[in-house]
Design a protein around this ligand. Structure first.
Ligand SMILES: C[S@@+](CC[C@H](N)C(=O)[O-])C[C@H]1O[C@@H](n2cnc3c(N)ncnc32)[C@H](O)[C@@H]1O
Length: 267
């Protein structure tokens, strides 16, 4: 670092001075890991139930994102151990900020940045507080977080209103039908037939847990993901993988938009 604010520095991938044994010990101490990272030859989650995750998924849509991010700013919301943040820095982004509300994951992400020598900043922040950043980012990654939220539309509205500059990469687990039905702009009160059709936008509520995880709250079907993105003021520009969308800000969120929290610092 050259005295610049963390995350504003230049790309500097330098081999770590830590030995393989030291990295292995630290990886074990910081575990369990959700992201399987390759830290100088040490895998962080080699037994992941989804395989080499998230690399296996990333490979399916990596080409849809700009290959050269020189001079660009990136915000990775729900960054976990920083897999995508580090990939964005490798593409030359000037500033990469990863935020997550879990200190254990942030400790993993900071260690990954240290080992890889990539200048990425990681901060503790909930998605509901993104207004406090007071900054729009050229690229916002909002992946794997939506279904963990009790208030998913609020979060999407806040992300749209406060931090997305040019492009958002959105990913959510989906369940239910992949059909899309044009439900039109309005329906008569007496028209009750559409709701059970597969292409109607649906969020499936999880009262207790899904996949043993009590932090899964709302799982959308495909129609619902696309309708909620539009409703929050996004235009879907690409759908490179079943669960992944590239979106640009279009209009403001529908209705009153995010009504809570208030509009950010000083508002
Ligand atoms: C399934 S992981 C996804 C990680 C990564 N974005 C990816 O796509 O691989 C979900 C992450 O979201 C974080 N998270 C959940 N709720 C959050 C919230 N309200 N604010 C910030 N991060 C949150 C969790 O701590 C976890 O690291």
């Amino acid at each position: 670092m050259t005295g610049e604010r963390p995350g504003h520095g230049r790309l500097r991938e330098m081999p770590t001075t830590l030995s393989r044994a030291e990295i292995r010990d630290k990886v074990a101490a910081l575990g369990p890991w959700f992201h399987n990272l390759d830290l100088a030859g040490v895998p962080t989650a080699p037994e992941h139930f989804l395989g080499d995750y998230p690399r296996v998924k990333w490979r399916r849509f990596a080409d849809a994102l700009p290959a050269d991010l020189t001079g660009r700013s990136v915000l990775d919301i729900g960054c976990n151990a920083g897999f995508h943040s580090l990939e964005m820095k490798r593409r030359g982004a000037a500033r990469v900020l990863g935020v997550d509300f879990d200190d254990a994951y942030l400790a993993q992400a900071r260690f990954a940045a240290e080992v890889t020598g990539l200048d990425v900043a990681f901060e503790r922040l909930s998605v509901y507080d993104v207004a406090s950043l007071g900054e729009r980012f050229d690229l916002v990654l909002f992946m794997g977080v939506f279904y963990h939220l009790r208030h998913p539309l609020l979060a999407l509205d806040l992300v749209r209103e406060h931090v997305v500059g040019e492009l958002m990469v959105f990913q959510s687990m989906q369940r239910g039908s992949t059909e899309i039905e044009d439900v039109g702009e309005d329906r008569s009160f007496w028209s009750t037939d559409g709701f059970d059709r597969p292409g109607w936008p649906k969020l499936h509520f999880v009262e207790h847990r899904y996949a043993g995880d009590p932090t899964n709250w709302w799982i959308p079907n495909r129609a619902c993901v696309e309708a909620m993105l539009r409703s929050s003021g996004f235009e879907i520009t690409a759908h490179p993988e079943a669960e992944v969308y590239l979106c640009r800000p279009a209009g403001p969120p529908a209705g009153e938009g995010a009504v809570h929290p208030a509009r950010g610092a000083g508002a």
